[in-house]
Design a binder for this molecule. Structure first.
Ligand code: UDP
Ligand code: MG
Length: 323
């Protein structure tokens, strides 16, 4: 029978966690009763350096609920790294892993379908949102525009799929060989290959707590996906380029008006417009190149992506050495 681990990254999720644990436990018990998951299946909550009571909630529940396990990161490393640390820890104990968010926005009623597809031989199963009716208009249009833009850039990404997915141990072994520091899991997983399938579900609203992805973070994550990372000062250059491009348009209008009013020296209009515009364009291009240089800079340093401070699985607690 399949031993499945649910991996749930959590950052300041004290408000949702007790309810999430309750609902997931009920679901896991049903799966076990139905013979779809083995008794050894677990839920692994990754505390991504939360500042609230997230870790103590995980610890407390793990004492009374044997299905609850935890991984505590030494500090906040972001959603993708937290997820990776959970996947890599779970990989050692199970046949397959299903990753999902702590707020249960992803419908857990379709977990059966994930496991059925795994039984049929799929190594990766992607959870795909069948509609985004519950998202705000802004989130829906920007997210969908983003997926289309990624496709246009030739990035192989599953449309309307976030990080709700099942991965078998072979896919996880493959994932562990991707060493990049600039982690964008939904871009990497399709590169792994193997047989895959989709499960469609309705995305719910967060039942408590706030989104940990405010607009600013969302934009940042989006840019990471395209270039894998960007370095602020380098990005500033491209922003400056855009501003100059806009100013050059205003300048262009001003120069045209001057020309029409006959106050401009002949040849001045075209010269000044091209200087402004090309200056802006060059800065923008340097900025884009710089973004990629910045990404190389981070990859070359190859810093560890996360550090696990503590792991709880079953009732045994292991503390990893801190160096
Ligand atoms: N998360 C995390 N580290 C972070 C930010 C978020 O582990 O630095 C987790 C968060 O606890 C949640 C998941 O990532 O389980 C997705 O975040 P959220 O639900 O806030 O994003 P949204 O659904 O609004 O895009
Ligand atoms: Mg969410």
């Amino acid at each position: 029978m399949t031993t499945v681990y649910f991996v749930v990254p959590c950052y300041n999720e004290e408000e949702v966690l007790p309810e999430t644990i309750k609902r997931l436990t009920a679901k896991l018990e049903k799966l076990i009763a139905a013979g779809k998951a083995s008794e050894d299946s677990r839920m692994l909550f990754v505390d991504d350096g939360s500042k609230d009571k997230t870790w103590s909630i995980i610890e407390q529940y793990s004492e009374e609920n044997r299905y609850v396990g935890g991984v505590k990161l030494s500090r906040n490393r972001g959603h993708q790294n937290a997820l990776l640390s959970g996947l890599m820890t779970a990989k050692e104990h199970c046949d397959c892993v299903i990753s999902l968010d702590a707020d249960l926005q992803d419908d857990i009623e379709v977990l059966d379908e994930f496991l059925d597809k795994y039984e049929e031989g799929c190594e990766v199963v992607y959870g795909v949102r069948s509609s985004r009716k519950k998202d705000s208009f802004f989130k829906r249009s920007t997210a969908q525009g983003y997926y289309k833009f990624m496709k246009l850039l030739g990035v192989d990404i599953v449309y309307n799929h976030a990080d709700y997915r099942l991965m078998g141990s072979r896919a996880l072994d493959a994932l562990s060989e991707y060493d990049e520091v600039n982690l964008f899991l939904r871009g990497i997983v399709p590169l792994i290959g193997y047989r895959s399938d989709y499960v469609y579900y309705e995305r719910n609203e967060r039942f408590a707590g706030k989104s940990k992805y405010p607009l600013k973070k969302m934009i940042r994550f989006a840019i990471d996906g395209i270039t894998s990372f960007s370095v602020k000062p380098l990005k500033l250059i491209s922003n400056l380029g855009i501003i100059i491009c806009v100013l050059s348009v205003i300048g262009f209008i001003y120069a045209l008006v001057s020309l029409c009013m006959g106050v401009a020296a002949s040849g001045w209009t075209s010269t000044i417009c091209s200087i402004w515009f090309l200056g802006g364009l060059q800065m923008l291009c340097i900025g884009i190149v710089g973004t990629y240089v910045g990404k190389i800079y981070h990859e070359v340093k190859h810093r560890p992506r996360y550090r696990i401070e503590k792991t709880i699985i079953n009732d045994e607690e292991t503390e990893s050495p801190i160096d």
